[in-house]
Structure formats: structure tokens, C-alpha cells
Design a protein around this ligand. Structure first.
Ligand code: UGA
Length: 440
């Protein structure tokens, strides 16, 4: 394998588009493939089809370098690249906990059919343990070239920090079953490794599990602090101070101990459910049964937020105007998949509230899922005349709100802080009735 292998990225969704652009930034020649012509047309026109800070600029920088191109043709990809990264989605199956592997299987099959020369195929998608071994067999059965090999390389990037996480990851995990595969995948990450990034070389099953274990741990950490928030609510204690105090213990750590509306997005919720499903198939369901509690604690926070608003609205949402601040599952993202904020907004609308929703980036995506809500383009429009303000995604614009200024716009000074980011003393001092999750 040459020192700088040529790369392909199959699937140009969130993960794939980021990976393709960042690998060019690292000095590789890259071809990105998607079966969705609209996505490829957008990328060819220099547009990133989702909101991710820094990525459009990076795409613009490399657009005309000749090192990055996009296609819908598997034959072209197979001919061009030495290393193929499969980055397609594994969503939750409709009505079930298990992951839907349709896209992974289709991508591997389509690629394999065209692999006439030696190549390394690298799975990056989040998959149930055992998938990599099946994909290795698929490659062996389908590829015309019998020297095609598989590696599994889970991805840990966070939305909103995707560029930084890809260029400077905190570790690389390579699941490989041969010396050649290890050397080849190392050559595909050479600049990152030279930069000092730790590398863990392991087998397929461990590599697959690292990813679901990491996301399960993060989800558990969030639900742990949200469980403590429930106890705080029953005792009058303050969960943010509790988190600061336990977080000083380096063994615990303060990160991911922010209590509030809980986790959402396209990863944590579906990954823990897929893990529960897979553990059941493997006969070790008891080992991860706690993840059911993690999921339930998380969903209870949404219900609790709806209740808090109800209390402030004297027991009924009917006929009241509610300003909902935030629709994205977290700030710096336009992603509304399994978004706690959007879920709460839809729930209070069903209970008769007139919801005026404002998110700096996610209005359009939210409107596709919940067209029944009213979307406005400024914070000002959202809060004007509101009987209740609900802060549900902690964008900086909302963290920095001035209680006097917002107070001059609303009909009633009632606020639910679903992310524990406002200062209760300041807001109460300005005459607001302030309620939050896990704080008195
Ligand atoms: C998560 C992981 O953090 C990444 O490492 C992983 O690569 C990614 O999933 C994935 O599997 O692709 P992401 O979904 O972008 O990344 O978002 P996070 O930053 O992890 O936040 C997840 C959710 O937890 C958000 O809804 C956030 O608001 C919530 N959260 C996070 C809390 O409620 N409290 C916290 O303290 C931290």
C-alpha cells in the first residue's frame, strides 16, 4: 500500500460528509459516494446539507483542489480508492428496538461487486456486535478480488464539534484481523497518529462494542444525574450544585453531568435500544437491563417538563401562548431526531397551547416533523405576548437572555428552564416565576 492511500467514503450523511472533507484537509485524495443524487448534487455545488460549524468553510477550501469529488457510481469508487470507509446510517427499526442494517448491507454488497483490485473496506457505522464478521464474509463471497479485507473503525464525533473531533480525535480504534489490514488503516490515518492520537488495535467484536459501550456510558451518566434531579426535586436539593460537588472527584468528572431535559439525537437513544435488542439475541439481556432504566429516566424528564409548564399555567395549556426556545436535540446543531425539545413542544401543543417555536438553526427540520406548530424567526417574536417561556435547547442566545428585556415582551413572567442554564436568583429578582429540573 502506498504511503498515502486513496480514500472513498460511502454514504455522505452527517458522518460521511464530515469524514470525506476532513480527510482531504488531512492531505488525502477522497471520493465521496451516495445513492441519493440530491445529496451529491448539493455537495458538488459546495453545499453541506446540514448545519455543522466549520464544515462548509472546509468544503469551500477544498472544492477546487482536485482532491475531493463526489459520485453516485460504485464502479468509479471501486476503481479509484485503496481504502473505502462505509459511513451509512443504522437507524432504529420502525416500532422495534433493533438497528436497521438495510443500508449497511446494501452499501457493502454494492461496493463488493465492483472490487476488482485489492482494497481495505472499513466499517464506520454503529452496528450490533457480530455485523463486522458478517460483512467480512460478505466481502469474501461477493468481491471478484479475493484479497479484499475488512477493518472496523468506530466513530466518536459529536455533532457541533464534528470537524475538531475528526481532525483531532481522542482515540482511534481499529478492529482488524490481519497485519496488512492494520498497516493499511494506519496509513489512512497517518497524520492523526503522528499527531499523538492513541490507537487501540483489536478484533472486530471489540471494535463494534467500544462504540455502543461508550454511548451507553454517556447515556447512563446523563440519566444518573437526571435520576438525582428527581431526588433533588423531592428533597429541595439543587442538582447543579450536587453535580459540581461530585464532579470534582476526578474518577467521576463533571462532563456529561448536566441535568435537565435529557438526551436525544440520532445516536444515544437508538444506540442504547439497539444494544438492549442485541444483548437479548446474545442471551445476555440481564447484563444491560439497566439501560431500560436509563431510557425511562430520560423520557420521564420530558413528561416532568410538560408538568412544570402546566403548574405555571394554572393547570391548563388550553388557550395559552407558549414560547418554546429550541427545537434541536442540542445547541450548535439543526438535528431534531428524537429531540427532547421538539417532543415537549408537540406535547404541549396537543394539550391546547398555542406554541411559538424559535430555534436559531432547526426551525426548518422541526417544521417537517411538526407542521402543526408555529415557527418564528426571532427570539423577540417567540416571546412577545407569551404566557409562558420554555427554554428547551441551551443555545448561547438563550443562555444570554436578559430577564428584564424578555420580561418587557411577555404577557406573564413565567419561565421553565429545561436545561438549567439560567441564574434563578437573577430571573426571580426580575419578577419571574422560575422553575427548572432538579433545582428548588
Ligand atoms: C454522541 C456522542 O457524544 C459521540 O461521542 C458519538 O460519536 C455520537 O453520539 C454518535 O454516536 O454518533 P451527539 O449525539 O452528537 O454525540 O451528542 P452529545 O453531545 O453526546 O449529546 C447527546 C444528548 O445528550 C443531547 O441531547 C444533549 O443535550 C444531552 N446531554 C449531554 C445532556 O442532557 N446532559 C449532558 O450533560 C450532556
Amino acid at each position: 500500500m502506498s504511503e498515502r492511500p486513496r480514500l472513498s467514503v460511502i454514504g455522505t450523511g452527517y458522518l460521511g460528509a464530515t469524514h470525506a472533507v476532513c480527510m482531504v484537509e488531512l492531505g488525502y485524495e477522497v471520493i465521496g459516494l451516495d445513492v441519493d443524487h440530491a445529496k451529491i448534487d448539493a455537495l458538488r455545488a459546495g453545499q453541506i446539507p446540514f448545519f455543522e460549524p466549520g464544515l462548509p468553510e472546509l468544503l469551500a477550501k477544498h472544492m477546487d483542489s482536485g482532491k475531493l469529488r463526489f459520485t453516485t457510481d460504485y464502479a468509479e469508487v471501486a476503481e479509484f480508492a485503496d481504502v473505502h470507509f462505509v459511513c451509512v446510517g443504522t437507524p432504529q427499526k420502525q416500532g422495534q428496538y433493533a438497528a436497521d442494517l438495510t443500508y449497511v448491507e446494501a452499501a457493502f454488497t454494492s461496493l463488493a461487486q465492483h472490487l476488482t483490485r485489492r482494497a481495505l473496506v472499513v466499517g464506520k457505522s454503529t452496528v450490533p456486535a457480530g455485523t463486522a464478521a458478517r460483512m467480512a464474509q460478505l466481502l469474501a463471497d461477493v468481491s471478484p478480488n479475493k484479497d479484499v479485507e475488512l477493518a472496523w473503525n468506530p466513530e466518536f464525533l459529536r455533532e457541533g464539534f464534528a470537524v475538531e473531533d475528526t481532525l483531532r480525535p481522542d482515540r482511534l480504534v481499529f478492529g482488524v484481523h490481519s497485519e496488512w489490514a492494520e498497516q493499511t488503516i494506519r496509513s489512512a490515518f497517518a497524520p492523526v497518529i503522528e499527531n499523538g492520537c492513541p490507537v487501540i488495535v483489536t478484533d472486530y467484536a471489540t471494535a463494534e462494542l467500544v462504540k455502543v459501550a461508550a454511548n451507553s456510558f454517556l447515556a447512563t451518566k446523563i440519566s444518573f444525574i437526571n435520576a438525582m434531579a428527581e431526588v433533588c426535586e423531592a428533597t429541595g436539593a439543587d442538582v447543579t450544585q450536587l453535580a459540581d460537588a461530585i464532579g470534582h472527584d476526578a474518577r467521576i468528572g463533571r462532563r456529561f453531568l448536566n441535568a435537565g431535559l435529557g438526551f436525544g439525537g440520532g445516536c444515544l437513544p437508538k444506540d442504547i435500544r439497539a444494544f438492549i435488542a442485541r444483548a437479548g439475541e446474545l442471551g445476555v439481556d440481564q447484563a444491560v437491563s439497566f439501560l431500560r432504566d436509563v431510557d425511562e429516566i430520560n423520557l420521564r424528564r420530558r413528561a416532568r417538563t410538560v408538568e412544570l409548564g402546566l403548574d405555571l399555567n394554572d393547570g391548563s395549556y388550553r388557550g395559552t401562548k407558549v414560547a418554546v426556545l429550541g427545537a434541536a436535540f442540542k445547541p450548535n446543531s439543526d438535528d431534531v431526531r428524537d429531540s427532547p425539545a421538539l417532543d415537549v413542544a408537540a406535547s404541549i401543543a396537543r394539550r391546547g397551547a398555542e406554541v411559538y417555536l424559535y430555534d436559531p438553526e432547526a426551525n426548518a427540520n422541526a417544521a417537517k416533523r411538526h407542521p402543526e406548530l408555529t415557527y418564528v424567526n426571532t427570539l423577540d417574536e417567540a416571546v412577545s405576548g407569551a404566557d409562558l417561556v420554555m427554554l428547551l435547547t441551551e443555545w448561547n442566545e438563550f443562555r444570554q437572555m436578559d430577564p428584564e428585556f424578555i420580561g418587557s415582551k411577555v404577557n406573564k413572567r413565567n419561565i421553565v428552564d429545561g436545561r438549567n442554564v439560567l441564574d434563578p436568583v437573577q430571573w426571580r429578582g426580575a419578577g419571574w416565576v422560575y422553575r427548572s429540573l432538579g433545582r428548588p
